[in-house]
Design a protein around this ligand. Structure first.
Ligand SMILES: Nc1nc2c(c(=O)[nH]1)N[C@H]1C(S)=C(S)[C@@H](COP(=O)(O)O)O[C@H]1N2
Ligand SMILES: [Mo]
Length: 404
């Protein structure tokens, strides 16, 4: 089952009042109780800054509690994005969690018995897997709704730096759920973060959490304790996070402390209020969304300056949640003419494709465009249909550069 089918089924349940965990009534009650503050969580101290790692301007653009990777910092970097430049998307603040005392509680009506707890050592004793996967914010590229399409959207004004591919080390969620004693009646799984509750418009929405179906949980989801051969860093979910390959980044809950396994559908504000397409082109209750869309980025920053008349090599990457990239076309003249980019490098897991193109710019202003197509024929349009929360911007991005 894909994310869209699942979301659509659950939306019908939710609007029909068949919601446990977070119903429409809960939403109204919460809205009425505006002003409730964030609840302190035991065992997780807040750091002074929302992000623990250094954010040098050569590697990141800081955006409130978040930071996006500068694409120029990925030039000459391998397939995987090193942790020192991997984007951070925090609803609140990175919590500092002691791995020695941390434990994961698996609980709920979808288990045969009561809650089962796992220490980090318990998880590391189970068979391990290493999985190349992207984490990409569903709002990646959001700022282009405004700058390219003149539309109003709300949310973090990412350019294209809210994506990264890493080699995640961990244990399959299926292994952990089976150990915990999965019942035949289990349908939904919802990991819950240990970071502070998220408060939106004065309403305490509780801990960051989002459900997915058991089918996905048993397919390719992992509980990761390693990233690119190191322990998971604080900002990316230390000691353990969920990785849900191909799904919107919000599914990959960081600092996971518990996982509910339910015999009934589960809901959270992160699949009813957020991470849904709202706007003139969509149903009033919002349209659930599928996995991430096709995107391309040059490994440079807007406004980059080249030497006029000198041959250079433009590089970039393209990716699609639906499968490997088949071709990438690049324009250096604002979309008037297109050339096929050359692919290079290994592509473990087919998560993204690196490419390059020779270019000898004349003096003056130029506009660079890259358009990818995946093996299923999904490609990038000239414009993305507007949605108010600015998700899933898949249109071709126009990058201004100059040569002098
Ligand atoms: N507990 C928790 N998990 C979370 C989040 C969060 O704020 N809290 N943000 C989510 C979102 S919206 C995204 S896009 C990814 C970002 O992962 P990263 O910060 O490791 O890049 O984490 C997801 N998991
Ligand atoms: Mo996100």
């Amino acid at each position: 089952m894909n994310e869209r089918e699942y979301d659509e089924r659950r939306l019908r349940d939710f609007t029909a009042g068949r919601a446990r965990g977070f119903s429409r009534r809960d939403l109204l009650v919460l809205a009425a109780a505006a002003g409730v503050g964030a609840t302190a969580l035991p065992g997780s101290a807040r750091a002074a800054s929302p992000i623990v790692k250094p954010l040098p301007p050569a590697l990141f653009r800081a955006l409130g509690t978040n930071a996006e990777t500068r694409w120029s910092s990925l030039k000459d970097v391998g397939y995987y994005v090193p942790a020192d430049r991997f984007f951070v998307r925090n609803h609140t603040t990175t919590p500092i969690i002691d791995a020695a005392t941390w434990s994961l509680s698996v609980f709920g009506s979808g288990l045969r018995g009561g809650p089962v707890s796992f220490s980090l050592a318990d998880l590391k004793r189970l068979p391990g897997v290493t999985v190349p996967a992207a984490v990409e914010c569903a709002g990646n590229g959001r700022s282009y709704f405004t700058s390219q399409q003149g539309q109003t959207v709300s949310g973090t004004a990412w350019t294209l730096g809210a994506v990264g591919v890493a080699k995640w080390r961990g244990v399959r969620l299926s292994t952990v759920l089976r150990r915990a004693g999965l019942s035949r009646h289990a349908v939904d799984v919802q990991p819950i973060g240990l970071d502070a509750n998220f408060v939106s418009g004065g309403v305490d929405l509780g801990p960051v959490r989002r459900p997915f179906p058991l089918e996905k949980a048993l397919d390719d989801v992992i509980l990761a304790y390693g990233m690119n051969g190191e322990d998971l860093p604080a900002d990316h979910g230390h000691p353990v996070r969920v990785i849900v390959p191909g799904w919107a980044g919000i599914a990959s809950i960081k600092w996971v402390g518990s996982i509910e396994v339910s015999s009934e559908p589960l809901f959270s504000p992160w699949n009813t209020q957020f991470y849904r397409l709202f706007g003139d082109s969509y149903p009033a209750a919002g349209q659930p969304f599928d996995s991430q869309v096709v995107k391309s980025a040059f490994e440079l920053d807007a406004g980059a300056v080249f030497e006029a008349g000198r041959r250079t090599v433009l590089t970039g990457r393209s990716w699609s949640a639906h499968g490997p990239i088949r071709k990438v076309e690049v324009s250096t003249d604002g979309g008037a003419t297109w050339r096929r980019a050359r692919f290079y490098g290994a592509t473990p897991g087919g998560v993204w494709q690196r490419w390059e193109l020779d270019w000898k710019p004349g003096a003056g202003a130029h506009e660079l465009l890259a358009r990818a197509t995946d093996v299923h024929g999904n490609t990038q349009p000239d414009a993305t249909v507007h949605n108010t929360l600015g998700y899933l911007f898949d249109a071709v991005v126009r990058v201004p550069v100059t040569a002098t």
